[in-house]
Design a protein around this ligand. Structure first.
Ligand code: ATP
Ligand code: MG
Length: 327
């Protein structure tokens, strides 16, 4: 039996190279090795305000980009979270087993609520419970995510263990897998902030569907420092971020990259990086256009994905209800 992978992506905006390098490309690379489930987490997206038309369109766009990036619907299951009611139902149940103190420690809530101030929803606070439900419904072994989601996966582990210790073995205890490099791609305008879908700062983020000219302009304007040497040095976050992006797209070793740019200037690095990113995204963009030429095709794959996976979610939910004595 293959181990199960589960991971999700929010349809909150345009998928960017941070999502791709930190998560999606690893999903693609390991999909044959695992029994993989990838979820477009629209219930998570509404934890911050969303325009209905925008949300519906972004769900399809996000799915289209996952397929264009190489997720194979014949091997992996891709579905929309709100198509299966078990996610919301298990979240309520888990809410009753998660101490508020655990939730208060979540740094993503602190960061996102800081930005939203008084608009913050209860749903945003509860986001990690919904994520735990997503993962635990499918007896997940492995959750490949970027570094920012590590704390949430740990909470999912903790709640699984807590529930199992009260009611006996019910949930599989999942494990986060975070890539060694690229787990936190930083903003081009400000290398102290991660690239993010929902934070639309000009020049921060390279989106997978950006035009070559936009990609070039953003990279050429990227914030660096006043030094000269081109080195992988974590103390120089701007230049290090550009080098990491170069490393991940070219798959060259760090020594080789440093040797290549020995004696060269930041402008040379930026020019070359821009072309590397343009070249890497171009085939993905063509595939995206092909896949979305027929507007119903992505919807049909999403319906098929939900149908395929529904029995697994329902079985777990029924077991949980039985353990607790509901109904
Ligand atoms: P949002 O701003 O709406 O939270 P996001 O860009 O953080 O959007 P998510 O949908 O929350 O994207 O996350 C999808 C996956 O991408 C997760 O595995 C997450 O850890 C990863 N990820 C998000 N941002 C980055 C980044 N800057 N670098 C590497 N991985 C990232
Ligand atoms: Mg996020």
């Amino acid at each position: 039996m293959k181990k199960r992978v589960f991971s999700g992506i929010q349809p909150t905006g345009d998928i960017h190279i941070g999502n791709y390098l930190g998560a999606v490309q690893h999903w693609v690379a390991t999909q044959a090795e695992y029994d993989s489930i990838f979820c477009i987490v629209d219930l998570h997206a509404i934890t911050i305000p969303q325009d209905p038309k925008f949300l519906k369109a972004k769900i399809r766009e996000t799915a289209g980009l996952l397929f264009a990036a190489g997720i194979d619907h014949k091997i992996s299951t891709v579905f929309v979270q709100s198509h299966l009611s078990a996610h919301a139902e298990l979240t309520w149940i888990l809410n009753c087993f998660i101490p508020v103190g655990w939730m208060r420690r979540m740094t993503q809530f602190k960061e996102k609520s800081e930005r939203q101030k008084e608009e913050v929803s209860t749903g945003l606070f509860d986001y990690p419970a919904l994520m735990a439900a997503d993962i635990l419904l499918y007896n997940t072994d492995v959750v490949p995510v970027g570094e920012d989601q590590k704390q949430h996966v740990e909470l999912a582990r903790d709640v699984a263990q807590r529930f199992n210790s009260i009611y006996g073995e019910t949930f599989k205890v999942p494990k986060a897998v975070i890539p060694q490099t690229g787990a936190r791609i930083m903003g081009l305008d400000d290398p102290t902030q991660k690239m993010s879908k929902s934070e639309e700062q000009p020049g921060r983020t390279i989106y997978l569907l950006d035009s070559p000219d936009d990609i070039r302009a953003k990279i050429m304007k990227a914030t660096t420092d006043s030094l000269r040497e081109i080195r992988f040095d974590a103390n120089r976050p701007g230049i290090c971020n550009l080098l990491v992006i170069y490393e991940l797209f070219t798959r060259q070793g760090r020594e080789e990259i440093e040797a290549r740019f020995e004696g060269k200037g930041y402008v040379d690095l930026k020019r070359e990086l821009a072309e590397v990113v343009v070249e890497n995204l171009s085939p993905l963009q063509s595939r995206y256009r092909e896949l979305t030429a027929d507007s119903d095709y992505i919807d049909s794959l999403l319906t098929e994905g939900a149908l395929r996976i529904k029995p697994v979610a329902e079985k777990t939910l029924a077991l949980v209800k039985d353990r607790i004595g509901l109904g």
